[in-house]
Design a protein. Structure first.
Length: 238
């Protein structure tokens, strides 16, 4: 975790890049301190043509395991930072590389630093505990994460629901693994990308759930075509 300025709620300029994955396009943004955003879809900040000129397009679409990489789609290739982007650009390249390794089945944890300086209070506590304590192949319930984070019932909203709300606003999907937070009686919600099919795919991919007959290891969008939407993480669950 990183908060070099000591001022929570402040996010410095972000350097964006994107990567095509089995669960659709993922956009990543870094500050000079670490990864501050991971979201599904294209980065809104890179929509203007001037910003796009600062991004270098290179193919890096990786298949899982020993399967050969697919031919890159030039329109969907990952956008990488220019050297002039400094520390943030270097961290972005590292983050994109580690995410590519993760989706290729070659990485189970991330070493790139995470910058949660844009969060505070219970939200930051819950996200930090999730990031630090729920590893690859593991799951935890909303209520379990609430207890582990020290949340108490204030009489207004049950702690499990507070965790659900925090998951829904998770700014760093996949790396801060909101997909590993499940309901006590089932999968729970997921608002990222095309929805709970992505959550289920990730959990099967990590071995936390047994594979279903219709699970496609090559990617959720090939089995269930859907447009990528720029949402973050899980929706509240029981």
């Amino acid at each position: 975790m990183s908060d070099p300025s000591g001022k929570l709620g402040t996010v410095t300029e972000l350097v964006w890049g994107c990567l095509d994955t089995p669960v659709g396009r993922i956009s990543v943004a870094c500050t000079a301190s670490g990864v501050a955003r991971v979201k599904y879809g294209d980065p809104a900040e890179a929509a203007d043509s001037a910003r796009r000129k600062r991004l270098r397009q290179e193919p890096a679409v990786l298949a899982r395991g020993d399967d050969p990489p697919e031919p890159p789609d030039a329109a969907a290739a990952p956008a990488l930072a220019e050297p002039s982007d400094g520390a943030a650009g270097a961290l972005l390249s590292t983050a994109l590389g580690e995410l590519a390794e993760y989706f290729a089945g070659q990485r189970k944890s991330f070493t790139v630093p995470v910058d949660l300086s844009g969060t505070s209070g219970a939200r930051r506590t819950v996200l930090s505990v999730l990031y630090e304590s729920v590893g690859f192949g593991e799951t935890i319930t909303y209520g379990g994460l609430a207890g582990r984070s020290g949340l108490t019932d204030d009489g207004q909203s049950p702690p499990a629901r507070v965790v659900g709300q925090v998951m829904a606003s998770n700014p760093i999907a996949v790396i801060v693994p909101c997909h590993r937070v499940v309901a006590g009686n089932g999968l729970g919600g997921y608002s990222g990308g095309s929805g709970t099919d992505i959550k289920q795919w990730l959990l099967i991919f990590e071995g936390a759930l047994p594979a279903t007959l219709d699970w496609d290891p090559s990617g959720v969008h090939r089995a269930n075509p859907a447009d990528s939407r720029s949402a973050g993480a899980s929706s509240p669950g029981p």
